[in-house]
Design a protein around this ligand. Structure first.
Ligand code: HEM
Length: 403
């Protein structure tokens, strides 16, 4: 960030809402609301400007005048992903972004992703078969499911998945800015090990291609359309995306269904509402609550002039509860219909590439939980992830009742 932790604390005591948010309060919603209530464009002394309405988030995310790089083409610190040797998709603006995205997108086309449905169902079943009493939703189910799915999608052999998991965990902590010097060294080692693993896999898929994402990408490398480094940074991004987000979609869904027993009862009676429950969770408590862009020229937002190179945070979570587009926005309703698409997957050119995969995983997971464990309920207090940038739990004990 722009301020040290001590400076952030001082700003927070002076009432700077963004500083409060960066200290990762257990419930960020009062802060989100305070930012929203201070007007359409909130200026923090931390050096950020924030927008919270659906309209302004759309405007900033879709451009024109905004991107992930400033007017000199520099990446803002906030936008940097702490891994990878060349910029990943999330670190590129058009036209470079489009060139890479067009090459990666075929690996995520709906038809291909839909073909993974039976395998996701199988993985879900296998994980839930092991459960016969109280369990931790995060470590026993919500985490291993997406990790297995992304590993299968990338074609990571089973005996290499442990390497893969270590890396994902460290990369996640790096995102939260929580790495000790020792862990930083471990992360670098893990990245090197991962590079080797992906290089091995690329060589192998070149001679023996399969249906997996790496095989699709290797063909693009061979056509000289993408470099090996770009492929690597793409795989790393997919890995982080696969580790850090769907996990929390599942956790956040069960949390809000637990707090709204009538909604859980509805899902139990009509498991086909699982897709609706996923959509409502994404709107109500998005795993990625905030993203950001930077102005690349002087721009006007809601009557305010922002000079070029102003970092603007788009408060996705708050825009998802904008009462001008969602009636009764603070009500969690899995049968909700109408209204524009929420911003859980962002908007514009960086719209989440894995959105369809995440939706399918979430739907299968929630449906299976509701069908197998109709008496599922939280026990004790779940432990929140201490992060301003990811919304979810690290621990979430649940009980399943008698089967
Ligand atoms: C981009 C959220 C799952 C791959 C994004 C962005 C968001 C997001 C908010 C855009 C950030 C920005 O505009 O600055 C989520 C959520 C997920 C999820 C909430 C689960 C519930 C996944 C999965 C994958 C994935 C499962 C792939 C396996 C990507 C990629 C991008 C992206 C590659 C970058 C796209 C680009 O820059 O063109 N995601 N994501 N995501 N996501 Fe996801």
């Amino acid at each position: 960030g722009f301020a040290t932790r001590a400076a952030t604390r001082t700003l927070a005591t002076l009432g700077d809402q963004m500083a409060k948010l960066y200290l990762a309060p257990p419930d960020p919603w009062p802060v989100y609301r305070a930012i929203r209530d201070r007007g359409p464009v909130y200026r923090s002394r931390m050096g950020y400007t924030a927008v919270s309405s659906h309209e302004l988030c759309a405007r900033v995310l879709r451009g024109p005048g905004f991107g992930v790089r400033d007017s000199a083409g520099r990446l803002t610190e906030e936008q940097m992903i702490p891994v990878g040797s060349v910029p990943s998709l999330l670190e590129l603006d058009p036209p470079d972004h489009g060139k890479l995205r067009r090459l990666v997108a075929p690996a995520f086309r709906p038809k291909l992703i839909n073909e993974y449905r039976p395998r996701i169902e199988e993985t879900t079943g296998r994980l839930l078969d092991k459960i016969d009493g109280p369990f931790d939703l995060m470590s026993d189910f919500a985490t291993p499911l997406p990790i297995t799915v992304i590993s299968e999608l990338l074609g990571i052999p089973e005996d290499s998945r442990a390497r893969f998991a270590d890396y994902g965990k460290l990369a996640g902590q790096a995102l939260d800015g929580q790495l000790t010097a020792r862990q930083q060294v471990d992360l670098e080692k893990a990245i090197a090990a991962l590079n080797d693993l992906f290089s091995e896999l690329m060589a192998q898929r070149r001679v023996d291609p399969g249906n997996d994402v790496i095989s699709v990408l290797v063909q693009a490398v061979d056509g000289d359309k993408i470099t090996a480094d770009e492929l690597l940074s793409t795989c790393q991004l997919l890995l982080i995306a696969g580790f850090e987000t769907t996990v929390n979609l599942i956790g956040n869904a069960v949390f809000h269904l637990g707090r709204n027993p009538a909604q859980w009862a509805l899902l139990r009676e009509r498991p086909e509402l699982a897709a609706g429950a996923v959509e409502e969770t994404l709107r109500y408590e998005p795993p990625v609550p905030i993203t950001g862009r930077v102005s690349q020229t002087e721009v006007e937002l809601a009557g305010e002039r922002l000079p070029a190179d102003t970092p603007v945070l788009t408060m996705l979570a708050t825009a998802n509860r904008d009462s001008s587009v969602y009636p009764e926005p603070d009500r969690f309703d899995i049968t909700r219909e109408g209204g524009p698409e929420h911003f859980a997957f962002s908007s514009g050119v960086h719209y989440c590439l894995g959105a369809q995969l995440a939706r399918i995983e979430g739907e299968i997971a929630l449906r299976a939980l509701a069908e197998r464990f109709p008496d599922l309920r939280p026990v004790g207090t779940p432990v929140l992830r201490p992060s301003a940038s990811i919304r979810g739990f690290v621990r979430f004990p649940v009980e399943v009742g008698v089967r």
